[in-house]
Design a protein around this ligand. Sequence first.
Ligand SMILES: C[S@@+](CC[C@H](N)C(=O)[O-])C[C@H]1O[C@@H](n2cnc3c(N)ncnc32)[C@H](O)[C@@H]1O
Length: 228
Amino acid sequence: MSKGPGVQKMFDAIAGRYDLMNRVMTLGQDQRWRRFVVQKAADPGKGWALDLATGTGDIAALLQQSYPEARVVGADFSRNMLEEARKRFSNSPIHWQACDANALPFADNSFESVTFGYLLRNVDDSLRVLQEVRRVLRPGGRVVCLDTTPPARNMLLPFVRFYFRFGIPFMGRLIAQDEAAYSYLTGSTMDFHTAEELALLFQKAGFSEIGFRKFMLGTIGIHWGKKS
Ligand SMILES: C[S@@+](CC[C@H](N)C(=O)[O-])C[C@H]1O[C@@H](n2cnc3c(N)ncnc32)[C@H](O)[C@@H]1O
């Protein structure tokens, strides 16, 4: 069964508490990672920049703030998340668009950059989404992906596991009043590609100049690449 409908319902349900939960769960680090994403996406000039799975719009807003001449599109398939984004950034010229990352309603070669935060963990076929992203990028355009990464096997693993297994779902119950959504975050992180595997998928999707960097004890990965 496809993950899509369940994921959509889950984000529609937690939209109102999503930002607060993010700040607490990441110990206030989440915006720093998004700023790194925006820096890696680079200035599109007067061109178009797409932030896919934009959620409540933080990456889209940072893109618009950093590159004021850019025409930014924030896209997501959860209407409630998009509604939060619209409310939060009502003074911004960002274009908000409801759509599914598996089948983007944009022409080939439309965007100078495509960013996405915490999308790939939620789709059935990461390669298919990466190929779709590549299709809508202009030659020379940049892709930047932020996501959680399964923790590495090292001395810190027991602590990281404890935080993911118990800390995050507990905070999910307390703050977002939805323990299941945050247990899902833990499960989908543990089952997700390692950073090295994801870099190989970027290569398979046809990107070049691929790189990645890990953050927060190796539990967050930011990958980038170029459509040559
Ligand atoms: C964890 S939130 C991330 C939001 C935002 N990128 C951020 O940095 O906070 C994941 C978002 O991905 C969206 N999403 C998941 N699968 C999607 C798909 N197939 N197409 C479009 N959006 C999707 C969800 O609706 C949700 O808003």
